[in-house]
Design a protein. Structure first.
Length: 266
């Protein structure tokens, strides 16, 4: 038996009724351009685009900006966060592959909001919620082993994906047997206490995440496939709207609770 669960992007994110925000974009590659286009459609004012030729280097550059949205490179994130905190400007970080431990450096002096996520698709975050509940149920049933597989385009810089790592942490939090993550190809047996992540890079695949639960009598497959990169841009903008008037280090757990009345900790 094989079961597939796929969460589509939430229709409400297509509306333009959210709070209007003065936005600064950091990084003007593919995601930066998509976010700029989506911002215009939602009625936001993109004040400035920062990139390698016009970098963010001081708080004075963002005086009229309410929220920075960062889709740049890992090395640029720490400096951008530091400047934004100094300027009391909200930040939405969609860049992956940087050390999130630096957030602790800002916690005690933070008067604005910092929101970081590996994936801004609302669908994938609801998918994670479903998966946590499923892991808890299947762990209680017993007899199931589990594996994570992710597929992305050949130009993706990090491997495994940040989303795959987050999903793996979700699984471990609900599993009585998995305590470690294996991200390299195994040379021999995979220990019973280890959750394996398989990463594949091919073509221009936006993102596929599959979680397989295997027992002696059946297989259960949970699968999420991104169809349109605009989901990331629209999700980041929805978060930027939601952040108005908020402060602290926030994530999708906070967003889902506030917007949908559900929590990943349920």
């Amino acid at each position: 038996m094989q079961s597939t669960v796929c969460c589509a992007n939430i229709p409400l994110l297509l509306n333009t009724d959210g709070e209007k925000v003065n936005i600064g974009l950091i990084g003007f590659g593919r995601m930066g351009k998509l976010t700029s286009e989506a911002a215009g459609k939602r009625g936001h004012n993109v004040i400035r685009h920062f990139n390698s030729n016009d970098p963010l280097i001081s708080a004075s550059q963002i005086e009229n900006i309410e929220c920075l949205i960062d889709f740049s490179v890992p090395a640029a994130v720490p400096a951008a966060l530091s400047i934004a905190v100094e300027a009391k400007v909200n930040v939405v970080v969609g860049t992956t592959g940087w050390d999130s431990n630096i957030l602790n450096d800002f916690r005690d002096r933070l008067e604005s909001a910092l929101f970081c996520a590996a994936n801004f698709s609302i669908g994938i975050n609801l998918f994670r919620l479903i998966l946590k509940q499923a892991t808890k149920l299947l762990d209680g049933a017993g007899g199931y082993d589990v594996m994570v597989k992710e597929i992305h385009h050949k130009t993706k810089l990090d491997s495994p994906s940040g989303t795959a790592l987050n999903i793996s942490e979700d699984i471990i939090s609900q599993s009585s047997s998995k305590i470690k993550i294996l991200t390299d190809s195994p040379h021999g047996k995979v220990p019973d206490d280890t959750l394996q992540i398989i990463s594949e890079r091919v073509g221009d695949v936006i993102g596929v995440h599959e979680i397989s639960f295997e027992s002696k009598v059946d297989s259960i497959l949970f699968r999420h496939q991104m169809k349109d990169r605009n989901a990331f841009a629209v999700g980041a903008l929805a978060v930027a709207e939601w952040l108005k008037g908020k402060s602290g280090i926030l994530d999708f757990n906070d967003y889902l609770m506030d917007e949908f009345g559900i929590s990943k900790n349920d």
